[in-house]
Design a binder for this molecule. Sequence first.
Ligand code: DQA
Length: 148
Amino acid sequence: MWEILLVNGPNLNLLGTREPNVYGTTSLADIEEMVVRAGEKQGIKVHAFQSNSEGTIIDFLQEHRSANGIIINPGAFTHYSYAIRDCLAALSLPVVEVHISQVYQREEFRHSSVIAPVCIGQISGFGDFGYLLGLQGLLDYLTKQRGA
Ligand code: DQA
């Protein structure tokens, strides 16, 4: 059974109440449940994790390096965490970067991602639905990789 890591970074634990005009009103628990259920329906185990700390995210990723793929919303770490990028590069698993908001319509500092170059793709602007898009993109990639 494929195991997918669903990782959310800083301040995403506040989803539901955090700037709802930007991030919507769905809680992180609800998003995690939605992705876990979508995975179950396709015979995939989704392991959800959130932390506000860079090192804790890296420890989690390293400890779960036997997974098949990663969906990650690194939050603000997207824009400057070379440490998370290096970790993802070291694991050499397929990674999908997800953003709830459309980062390219927002402040300039959000327009660049140091994580995207080590990802198979990036999803931005579809709200919490972006996590399901990320899951589908990753499963399609893994299925094609298996058949290759
Ligand atoms: C975010 C966008 C980031 O710029 C921001 O720092 C976040 C959330 C998003 O999901 O839209 O924390 O990753």
